[in-house]
Design a protein. Structure first.
Length: 314
């Protein structure tokens, strides 16, 4: 099979042996795989894959057809359309995924759209609802509202009846993000638009001081992105006044049981919204797998609206 390959920080597309599914696993013929910030960090050597995942093939989400089922794997049949998060190896023509992490692809989604669902929508739903416990009528602030996770979180929160505000740095994208339902503001001075019950932090350390200022009483800050920096100075006195909770999370290193729980939550709460068209996958650009180097360059350039997705033949 062909796969995106990282060697000493350099990116290429190379031949690899076809993987074989083990007990409870499914071999997926990948049709589309989204790019994420974690892939960029892995390429730079800052975010290695956890044990058991391919160390040299990036990719945290994929969509494709079931090519074969390993022993004891009976949730899906050959030819079924599936999608799911993986700890690595998603940016390849073939990938092995445990059946409990996979989800059915709604009939109305294209391969490209499905390839941009698992990581972004799972991250958004888990962070905003499962962990930060956003409720209807509460106020949510999403930092980095034009990205894949940002646009997913905005739509899910809006569909739930929450009131959403999003920061978007690129003025050219503000109208498109506003069309998803939130109030859109510039990152500078976002504190003036609070108080917020939940703040989804997708940017990192530079926002933390302002986040505490913008937080309402019993507010929650959910940190799932630190691309702009990991170290911040926190005013603990202000945090105490707000009775603030600062939550932090990653998906990739979680054990199988926890990832399976996020997949079931997706099936209950998110897939029906995708199937009905109430929420949608915003795709900025697509690239063939063989042009992965160009796709990574486009991601690194920033300023995109939605997902960048790699596609394979078929």
């Amino acid at each position: 099979m062909r796969a995106v390959t990282i060697r000493d920080g350099n990116l290429s597309v190379e031949d690899h042996p076809d993987p074989d599914p083990g007990a409870g696993e499914v071999l997926v013929r990948v049709r589309a795989a989204g790019l994420n910030g974690a892939d960029m960090m892995q390429r730079r050597g800052f975010y290695p894959a956890p044990p058991g995942a391919p160390q040299d093939i990036p990719g945290l989400e994929l969509a494709g057809e079931v090519a074969a089922c390993g022993p004891g794997a009976d949730r899906f049949s050959t030819g079924d359309r599936v999608m799911g998060i993986v700890a690595g190896g998603g940016q390849a023509e073939l990938a092995v995924v445990h059946e409990r992490i996979l989800m059915p692809v709604p009939e109305n989604l294209t391969w490209v759209e499905a390839g941009g669902v698992p990581e972004t929508f799972t991250t958004a739903h888990d962070g905003v609802f499962t962990q930060a416990a956003l409720k209807p009528g509460e106020r949510l602030l999403v930092h980095g509202g034009a990205g894949g996770v940002g646009t997913a979180a905005i739509q899910l929160a809006h569909a739930s009846g929450a009131r959403v505000t999003a920061t978007v740095r690129n003025p050219d994208h503000r109208d498109a993000v506003a069309a998803l339902g939130p109030e859109v503001v510039a990152p500078e001075g976002f504190e003036q638009h609070g108080p917020f019950d939940v703040i989804l932090e997708l940017v990192g350390a530079p926002n933390m001081a302002g986040n505490l200022e913008a937080l309402g009483i019993w507010g929650r800050i959910m940190v799932i992105g630190i691309s702009a920096g990991a170290k911040a100075e926190v005013n603990l006195g202000l945090a105490m006044q707000r009775r603030a909770r600062i939550l932090n999370s990653t998906l990739r290193p979680r054990p199988l049981e926890e990832k399976a729980l996020t997949a079931r939550a997706m099936e209950r709460s998110v897939l029906p919204l995708l199937a009905s068209g109430a929420v949608r996958v915003l795709v900025a650009e697509t690239y063939p797998l063989e042009e992965a180097v160009a796709a990574y360059g486009r991601f690194a350039a920033g300023g995109k609206l939605g997902k960048i997705v790699l596609t394979t033949g078929g």
